[in-house]
Every structure is written in C-alpha cells, then in structure tokens.
Design a binder for this molecule. Structure first.
Ligand SMILES: Cc1ncc(COP(=O)(O)O)c(C=O)c1O
Length: 344
C-alpha cells in the first residue's frame, strides 16, 4: 500500500530496509566503551580508510560528531569561522559555545559559493588582544544552501588559506556522499583536504543512527574522551554500526537516483520562480519571497495534498529526496506542487 504522505521533509525520515535490518540482527557486538565491539571497530576502520585518514570514531549523531571535532580543533575562548547558515551554528543549539566555550564568527550565508579570499580576510592572528582563529568549518553538501556542492578547487584554495594562517579545516560532511556522487570527486580526495570530517550514515545513506568523526590517530584518541564526556559512549553499538556498514556497501551509488528525483521536483516548481539555487543533489531549496504563498501556507497546502515539506524560514522551504521515495511518490509531488503554486 502506498504511504499516506509523500515525505519530502528530510532524508532523515528513512526507515531501515529489510537487508539493513538483517545486517543489524546478525551483527557481532561487544562493549564499545571497552573498544570491544568488532562491528564498530570495523566500521571505524572502513570509514577512516575511505577518507584516507588514520582513524575514525562512531558517534550517535552528526551534531555530536561535529561538536567533538570542533572541540578537538578550537580551545575554549578561541574562534571558529564558518558561514552564517552553517549547521554547526544554526541547528546545534549553541553547542560549540555551551560545551566547547568556542567563539564563532561567520561569513555571510552564500551556501556552497564560498570565496576563499573572504575567509582569509577574516582570520585573526594569535595574540593577547584579539580572539585567535583556530579553525574554519565548511559544509559539504550545504544544507541551507540547497544541497550545493563546494567545488574541489575552492576546497583546495581554502586548504591553502588554512595552511597559510596555521589554522585547521573541518568539514561537516553529513552529506559528503552526495557531493562525491554529484561531482565524481573520490572521498579520499576530500579527506586529504581536511584535518577533521564528520560524516553521517543516517541522512541519505539511510541508516537509523550514526555519524563518524574522521581524523588522525591522536585526534581520534582525544575524540574518544570528548565523546564519553558528552555522554556519547555507547555499548553494544555494533547493531547500529552494522546498519552503517550496510549503508556504505549498498546506498552510496544509488544517491544518483535521489539527485535525479530532486531534479524532477526542481523542474516542476521552476516555472513559478521559487527555486533558490540550482539543484545539484537531493535538496531543493525554495525561496518564496516573490510568491503570494509563504512557507507555512505552502507546507499546509502541500500537506492537504498528501505531500510533506520543511519550513526553514518565513519564506524559505525545502524538499528532500531519499531512499524511501519511489517514482510514484515523486509523481504525486510533481503533480501537486505546481497545482498549489499556480492556484495562489
Ligand atoms: C549539514 C548537517 N550537518 C549535521 C547535521 C546533524 O545531524 P544529526 O541530526 O544527526 O545531529 C545535519 C542534520 O540534518 C546536517 O544537515
């Protein structure tokens, strides 16, 4: 039976597939706080290798993975630079300040269109009279930036900026898999550009829970302590890690299908002048500033037609494709959304 709603709110709404549940049910487990869960250990080794780093650490959420990484890179009172729309300063409830004592300063929200010279110009030097910049964080792909992909050349320039200033570079790679599929950049190439990455298994990859912090062996050893301090040490977590390993094996290449579905949605709404950015991956950002409907009204009208979308601001909405949506679901959304936008 078809689902009652076509759920385009987020790629976090997916449920484990039968194959994934089977992998979870048969996972070998142990106490991961003792370092004895073989499935977690295998997942951590696998993800570290994918990004060409020495080590990785399994964490309960993308937010915790980001915050562990930021605490590794920035001491209390020192400064993180990121963009004003970055997840780390928008949706993590002030965690960098609350848990890490980290001061954050942002460049204007430009999604994936980062100008490395702007970032370079913001870096404050070490000294007793100003807040020293210790790290730069970028988001690949960019959530509020409509799933935009930061080009490899920009990332290389940012690496140069970070090296010149002696600061670290972190990637919030919750959806780095989507960037890899969209731009064909090997994960290991992305990995080589960052001091730390956080990567999520529970977004487009469809696992129920889990993210990893990736970095050098000494950083990940410290990360293990920070995770425990934050209450993120899990016991027989191999049940969850098994879902992640299954997702890595089966759900990366298929992201191209989610991107194609997002492109169909974008094409359907484009004539109404509401596309905020060019759609490259699985997120479709809608800018309703020129439309008679605001985001809440659009979401309510869509819901009445059986389509769920996210409201990100008064005139900002978001559609997201994921592995829980088949072609028939996208057909329903592609029929409903233009009807609503045309009628208002
Ligand atoms: C770009 C980005 N980073 C981090 C996160 C945090 O992930 P979690 O919800 O697992 O804390 C999200 C969640 O949607 C995200 O979109």
């Amino acid at each position: 039976m078809a689902d009652l709603f076509v759920d385009l709110r987020s790629d976090t709404v997916t449920r484990p597939t039968a194959g994934m549940r089977e992998a979870m049910a048969t996972a070998e487990v142990g106490d991961d706080v003792y370092g004895e869960d073989p499935t977690v250990n295998a997942l951590e080794a696998e993800v570290a290798a994918l990004f060409g780093h020495e080590a990785a650490l399994f964490a309960p959420s993308g937010s915790m993975a980001n915050q562990i990484a930021l605490q590794l890179l920035v001491s209390p009172g020192d400064e993180l630079l990121c963009d004003a729309d970055a997840h780390v300063v928008t949706y993590e409830i002030g965690a960098a300040a609350a848990y890490g004592g980290i001061s954050s300063r942002t460049w204007p929200a430009v999604g994936a269109d980062i100008d490395p010279d702007v970032v370079a110009g913001m870096i404050r030097p070490d000294g007793y009279f100003a807040v020293p910049t210790r790290a730069i964080a970028v988001e690949q792909t960019h959530n509020r930036g409509g799933g935009g992909v930061i080009p490899l050349a920009t990332l290389r320039d940012l690496r140069g900026v970070a090296d010149d200033a002696g600061v670290a570079l972190h990637c919030d790679g919750a959806r780095i898999w989507h960037a890899h599929v969209a731009d064909g950049v090997p994960l290991i190439e992305y990995g080589g550009l960052f001091d730390t990455l956080s990567v999520c298994l529970s977004k487009g990859l469809g696992a129920p829970v889990g993210s990893l912090v990736v970095g050098s062996a000494d950083k990940i050893e410290r990360a293990r302590m920070i995770r425990k301090r934050m209450g993120g040490g899990m016991r027989q977590a191999g049940i969850l890690a098994a879902a992640g390993r299954y997702a890595l094996a089966h759900h990366v290449d298929r992201l191209a299908d989610d991107h194609a579905k997002a492109a169909r949605l974008a094409e359907a709404v484009a004539p109404f002048g509401v596309l905020a950015t060019t759609v490259r991956t699985n997120l479709v950002a809608l800018d309703l500033t020129k439309h008679t409907l605001d985001a809440r009204a659009l979401a309510a009208a869509a819901r009445a037609e059986g389509v769920l979308i996210s409201v990100l601001g008064p005139r900002t909405a978001r559609l997201v494709t994921h592995l829980g949506l088949d072609d028939a679901a996208i057909d329903r959304a592609v029929a409903a959304l233009p009807r609503i936008l045309a009628a208002s």
